[in-house]
Unconditional design. Structure first.
Length: 378
């Protein structure tokens, strides 16, 4: 029996065993490599700026948000003592009539400034020309005491002497009493400057207290006034009146309309949420900024505001879902998939322990680190 066939058969068995062993080693090594492979994917996402503009109307009913109307009123009062002031003497004044006896042919014109006197010797001066007619009724002319004071007061028919150089047939008589003369004295008098200063002080105080009252009535609500405050000033005496004291009061009123700022801001944020593209979400930092301006306020409680909201959005991607989509893909394909789901994103992929041309086959071996790039300063 030949030994060669037996040796060939044994050699083949050894070769198969060897190849099987090598295969097992390679599979084990590859399996170990696949199990040990890890990938870190760092994603730097550029946020997308979103802005929404909106006009809102507030009112008691049937509006975008509710408002509340309230009236406000303050009364400021001050009693002010008057000063004792010198009161100058006043001259007595009355009417007199010049006549001609016997008659003056063609009449006669008595010049203004003609001096006449009473039976007590008090002199008066005519205040205008007095034309005596040739016939018929004579006109009256105003005469005024030359020296101010109470001595100029006299009864009717007491001024009978013409002092100035007039024709001897020109006569004079006062047809009524001459009165109004007063001696100089001191008295407590309301001064215009005191009235004005008191009114100004009380008006400023009324506006200040009115603003404080509006704010107190509004509480935590945002408010605006329906028009400017109305100030009504009253005084029991006028400038020049004699009195020991006078009282000034200022009444201030204004109507205000209030509303919850949170209601308006919530509506503005909702408008911004409606503008978020599909597959995106708003980020928390920085938070959505909602601002508005009150454009109009009516006494009936209607408020119109124009507002805007600004926020930033990023792709709404689940890291687990993304890891499942990336497992086993090449580096290039991984980047393409990420850029498709998350535009404008910087991608950095690191594979350990060695760099393989594909990402791990196990999703839980892929670590995703997602960060949002800083918002550029505007």
């Amino acid at each position: 029996m030949s030994l060669k066939p037996q040796l060939d058969q044994d050699g083949r068995r050894l070769l198969r065993a060897y190849l099987l062993g090598v295969t097992i080693v390679l599979v084990a090594a590859l399996g170990s490599l696949l199990y040990m492979e890890r990938a870190t994917v760092k994603l730097s996402v550029e946020p997308r700026r979103l802005e929404s503009d909106l006009t809102l109307t507030g009112g008691a009913t049937g509006s975008d948000f509710n408002t509340r109307v309230f009236d406000n009123k303050v009364v400021e009062t001050s009693k002010v003592a008057t000063n004792a002031l010198p009161i100058p003497a006043t001259s007595a004044v009355g009417d007199a009539a010049f006549t001609c006896s016997p008659n003056c042919p063609g009449g006669y014109s008595v010049p203004a400034g003609t001096i006449v006197a009473s039976t007590d010797g008090v002199q008066y001066k005519s205040q205008s020309i007095d034309n005596i007619p040739a016939a018929g009724p004579v006109p009256n002319v105003v005469i005024k005491a030359v020296i101010a004071g109470a001595t100029g007061n006299t009864g009717a028919g007491t001024v009978t002497t013409v002092v100035s150089a007039l024709p001897s047939n020109v006569h004079v008589i006062n047809v009524g009493p001459i009165s109004g003369g007063a001696d100089g004295r001191k008295a407590h008098v309301v001064e215009q400057s005191a009235l004005d200063a008191t009114r100004q002080t009380l008006s400023i105080k009324a506006l200040t207290d009115l603003a404080a009252q509006v704010q107190a009535n509004a509480g935590a609500l945002t408010y605006a006034t329906a028009g400017s405050p109305v100030l009504v000033v009253a005084s029991d005496y006028l400038a020049g009146d004699e009195t020991p004291a006078f009282t000034v009061s200022v009444t201030g009123t204004v109507r205000a309309v209030a509303f919850a700022s949170s209601d308006a801001e919530a509506l503005l944020r909702t408008a911004l949420n409606n503008k978020v593209p599909a597959g995106f979400k708003l980020i928390d930092e920085p938070p959505v900024r909602a601002t508005y301006t009150i454009e109009a306020v009516s006494p009936t409680g209607q408020v119109t505001i124009t507002g805007s909201s600004v926020g930033y959005a990023v792709p709404n991607v689940s890291t687990h879902t993304l890891a499942m989509q990336l497992r086993g893909t090449s580096l290039g394909e991984a980047r393409n998939r990420i850029q498709h789901r998350m535009p404008n994103t910087t991608v950095d992929i690191r594979i350990t322990p060695v760099t393989l041309p594909w990402l791990p086959m196990f999703a839980d071996h892929i670590s995703l680190d997602v960060s949002v790039l800083p918002i550029p300063l505007s």
